[in-house]
Design a protein around this ligand. Structure first.
Ligand code: AMP
Ligand code: GLY
Length: 425
């Protein structure tokens, strides 16, 4: 069948790599894609925010299946629009994508269905939120309700800091996303991510990962979209994973179904592993970036078959297989990221890096200019490696990083440190 993949990042390169390897995949188109996705399919210029343009493209090219990477089009309802046009698409409906699109929606769902998460209150008024914070004390967490490109959360260590965050959000700091604010209790523990492939009724575990959100070594400095990730996250033991399925994922699926808005797609749960057990920090209604770059290299069964079964409500007939090898990805970013970066600097050595065994280079913010590869964004390359252990995967990944010749780029030198510390003991 012919497939259209929507998105342009490292996640989409990994998805394109995996989808194009399927025996069910004939032609793969990627909109807009990047030089990495172009190795596995055909990039097309298409306004992915324009559902009618996407539908028209699908009709012209005879696309049988659309896979949507980023949250924007999901929250805007692209899956509903495609479905209405008779085109199969992977991802949640607009109603179900609220699990990512609205923090207040998710907190209310957790409250209704007894899903463990931090205690919270919703506010549409700054005065009331600030009074609540003063009363509650710090540390405390302030979140803009809507999509804020991963930046809508302030973990405040003082009352003043939390109240400033409230003013900033209601003052339009995150635009419409901050029209409502959620204030929640601070959770202590180690963070980990759990993924489940869902067909509305059945959820299949799709792997675990941990990422590094801070820009600098030792998890210091400003937050980013993610500077690296690895899978599996050993901290999520089989027992804890079973608990996450039973206490968090399955009640979410049941609740969404009961409300008449079943969840289909990949459900990405950000968890805090607290003393009293796993608690939900947030849901994403899509694959993670860069988590996908470590999940998919570990998947040994066919991705496309699994995604189709999810859309067809047939996951009970599918079994997913994963290798027990580890994967680790190091994000190479342009200097200045997550602030302003210089564009169009030349990158060399990608083929040399890829020539190493067990190494994959996924493109994120790159651009091809004739035979030159140029940086074209903040996060630019994802240098991914496999190994028997995270320690071995890390070693290979940094060996590959050493072969990339890009003076204007940088990366963290300690991706995987938590897991490596754990493997040492
Ligand atoms: P989110 O965008 O909801 O994933 O939040 C971004 C980051 O803020 C998370 O990855 C956590 O590190 C932190 N965070 C969010 N909520 C809490 C909480 N209730 N307690 C402690 N840290 C939190
Ligand atoms: N790496 C975090 C995310 O994809 O949201």
């Amino acid at each position: 069948m012919d497939i259209l993949l929507i998105g342009a990042g490292g996640r989409e390169h990994a998805l394109a790599w995996s989808l194009s390897a399927s025996p069910l995949c004939d032609r793969l188109f990627v909109a807009p894609g990047n030089p990495g996705t172009e190795q596995h399919g055909t990039n097309v210029v298409l306004d992915i925010a324009d559902a009618q343009a996407v539908i028209a493209f699908c009709r012209t090219m005879g696309i049988a299946f659309v896979v949507i990477g980023p949250e924007g089009p999901l929250v805007a309802g692209l899956v509903d629009d495609l479905k209405q046009a008779g085109i199969k698409a992977f991802g949640p409906s607009k109603a179900a994508a609220q699990l990512e699109g609205s923090k207040a929606f998710t907190k209310d769902l957790c409250a209704e269905f007894n899903i463990p998460t931090a205690a919270y209150r919703r506010f549409t008024d700054a005065q009331a939120a600030k009074a609540y914070i003063a009363n509650h004390g710090a540390p405390i967490v302030v979140k803009a309700d809507g999509l804020a490109a991963g930046k809508g959360v302030v973990v405040a260590s003082t009352i003043e800091e939390a109240q400033e965050a409230v003013d900033m959000m209601f003052g339009g700091g995150f635009g419409e996303a901050g029209a409502e604010v959620v204030v929640e209790a601070f959770l202590e523990g180690e963070e980990a991510s759990f993924f489940a492939l869902c067909d509305g009724t059945t959820a299949l575990p799709f792997g675990t990962a941990q990422d590094h959100k801070r820009v600098g070594d030792g998890d210091e400095g400003p937050n980013t979209g993610g500077m690296g990730a690895y899978s599996p996250a050993a901290v999520l033991t089989p027992e804890l994973q079973a608990r996450v399925m039973r206490e968090i994922i399955e009640p979410t699926l049941a609740g969404m179904r009961q409300r008449g808005t079943p969840y289909t797609g990949i459900l990405y749960a950000g968890l805090m592993l607290t003393e009293s057990g796993p608690q939900l920090i947030e849901y994403n209604a899509r694959f993670g970036d860069p988590e996908t770059q470590v999940l998919l290299p570990r998947l040994s069964s066919d991705l496309l078959t699994a995604l189709l079964a999810a859309v067809d409500g047939a996951l009970d007939t599918v079994s997913l297989r994963f290798t027990d090898r580890a994967a680790l990805t190091v994000v190479m970013a342009a200097r200045g990221y997550p602030g302003t970066v210089e564009k169009d600097t030349a990158i060399h050595g990608v083929a040399d890096a890829e020539a190493l065994p067990d190494v994959l280079v996924f493109h994120a913010g790159t651009r091809q200019d004739g035979d030159r590869l140029l940086a074209n964004g903040g996060r630019v390359l994802n240098i991914t490696a496999m190994g028997r252990t995270i320690t071995e995967a890390q070693h290979r990944a940094y060996e590959a990083v050493g072969r990339i010749d890009w003076p204007e780029g940088f990366c963290r030198g300690d991706i995987g440190w938590r897991a490596i510390q754990r493997e040492r003991t």
